[in-house]
Design a protein around this ligand. Structure first.
Ligand code: UD1
Ligand code: MG
Length: 451
């Protein structure tokens, strides 16, 4: 049988007021990714070919985010906020072009899973005209109630319009719907705004479909899938739920998380086999950790690649562009940014390595700093393989340390150092025999001024 084509319409028009934020609601983040990006990724992963995003007037940053995540997304503007059905019809040109299935998804339900979207579409293939994603929330306040008769959905009643008996229904509207493409426009165009709020309610589609002798059904989902976000409290709850999912997935994939509840992941964090993550580690966006690596406690990683068998932390910070080779070691209070650390190289204590290359098996001593910024521009430091940088060296970039070279502790290195050389850039030590003894004698005589 031919696969059914699908158009997804993502409703993402403004109204971030309850977030108390200058930022549009759908650009807030969960697990290091915008709400909109989560939804668009789920839609794409569910095998949806065409996606239309409906935004409010002038929401250019929402357009930019949609295009970043899904360059082929078509953008439509809903010029006035007149209800969910009105928002769907803002994408009328996309609907009119035709699709077997039309999915309507809200931009503020970031935890929706591709598998749930597929399940929602399934009844359409079996002849239903509309399928609604239902759920049984712990607290149904504010949600539309699903009125069932056997396995058919008869109506959705918005809470403001519901009778007392209807409010006691536990099964609620999660807000996601799937329409059979061939009857969608005929249903959507008949939706009116005769309700308490005077809005065009998408939920009226059910009674209209039934009036046209079409079938509507409910597909049940878990609360997390349809968790809608209107407030910062709900954003925090969604974050907790997302983290829980990501930790479970990491554990299931074989990552050892010693205290999973203390590890924070991003939606795109990637782990190899036999990785160990100690307690209290934060993974920002775009981190890959290869087989056998260990991330010790209290480390923060973002935009970093950790090679096989490498060791990071405790208390390490890997910033974007940090690329650690196999068996390399980045120890406590070491910060690495935009730097390649080749296989077996070490920086074990109290260092800043930025805009740098550290060759294989080089040893970067405690307290070493790459002075990469002159207040105006960033410059590079190159450290050849097997070089040995003594403790507390300042490498003033641009500078190159040759392979196998030695840098004396406490040096300030401003000129390139050839391979296998020793470079010293510090005051020579002066020893004055008996000086301290003489000082003490003078003090005893109360004559310290004459020293
Ligand atoms: C809606 C449902 C309700 C369901 C609940 C689930 C309707 C009439 N009601 O109520 O049955 O239980 O979601 O969370 O659909 N939007 C626009 N333009 C508009 C109005 C809304 O783009 O003119 C978008 C919003 O950005 C949001 C989504 O549609 O992403 C839902 O709108 P919202 O006002 O939150 O609907 P609810 O009252 O929560
Ligand atoms: Mg809502």
């Amino acid at each position: 049988m031919r696969a059914r084509s699908c158009l997804a319409i993502v409703l993402a028009a403004g109204e971030g007021t309850r977030m108390r934020s200058a930022k549009p609601k759908v650009l807030h983040q969960v697990a290091g990714r915008s709400l909109l990006a989560h939804v668009l990724a789920a839609v794409a992963d569910a095998g949806v070919e065409r996606t239309a995003v409906v935004i409010g007037p002038g929401e250019d940053d929402v357009t930019a985010e949609a295009k970043r995540v899904l360059p082929r997304a078509e953008m439509f503007t809903q010029h006035e906020r007149r209800g969910t059905a009105h928002a769907v019809l803002a994408a009328r040109p996309a609907i009119a072009r035709g699709a077997d299935d039309i999915l309507v998804v809200y931009g503020d339900t970031p935890l929706i899973r591709p598998a749930t979207l597929r399940r929602l579409r399934a009844p359409l293939a079996a002849g239903a005209a509309v399928a609604v994603l239902g759920f049984r929330p712990a607290d149904p306040a504010g949600y539309g109630r699903l009125i069932m008769s056997g396995d058919e959905l008869i109506a959705i009643r918005e809470e403001t319009d519901a009778s007392h008996a209807e409010r006691n229904i536990a099964l609620c509207n999660g807000g996601l719907m799937a329409f059979a493409g061939k009857s969608a426009l005929a249903i959507l165009e008949r939706i009116g705004n005769h309700n308490r709020k005077g809005e065009f309610y998408l939920t009226d589609a059910i009674e209209i479909a039934r009036g046209q002798k079409l079938r509507a059904v409910t597909v049940e989902a878990e609360e997390d899938d349809v968790r809608g976000i209107n407030t910062k409290r709900q954003l925090a709850e969604a974050e907790a739920a997302a983290q829980q999912r990501l930790r479970e997935a990491a554990l299931a994939a074989g990552v050892t998380l010693i205290a999973p509840e203390t590890v924070f992941l991003s939606a795109d964090t990637k782990f190899g086999k036999d990785v160990v993550v100690e307690p209290y580690v934060v993974f920002g966006e775009k981190v890959t950790v290869e087989d056998g690596a260990v991330i010790h406690a209290f480390s923060h990683l973002a935009g970093a690649h950790v090679g096989k068998g490498a060791s990071v932390g405790p208390f390490a910070r890997l910033r974007p562009g940090a690329k650690l080779g196999e068996r390399s070691r980045i120890g406590n209070f070491v910060e690495v940014k935009e730097a390649v650390i080749e296989a077996g190289a070490k920086a074990n204590h109290l260092s800043y390595i930025g805009d740098a290359f550290v060759g294989a098996n080089a040893n970067v001593g405690a307290g070493t700093i790459t002075c990469n910024y002159d207040g105006n521009e960033k410059h590079r430091t190159e450290i050849g393989k097997e070089a040995f940088i003594g403790s507390n060296a300042a490498l003033v970039a641009p500078v190159k340390i040759g392979e196998g070279a030695y840098i004396g502790s406490g040096s300030v290195i401003t000129d390139d150092v050839p391979a296998d050389a020793l470079a010293l850039g510090r005051g020579r030590q002066v020893v004055k025999e008996g000086w301290a003894h003489r000082l003490r004698s003078l003090k005893l005589l109360g004559k310290t001024r004459s020293r």
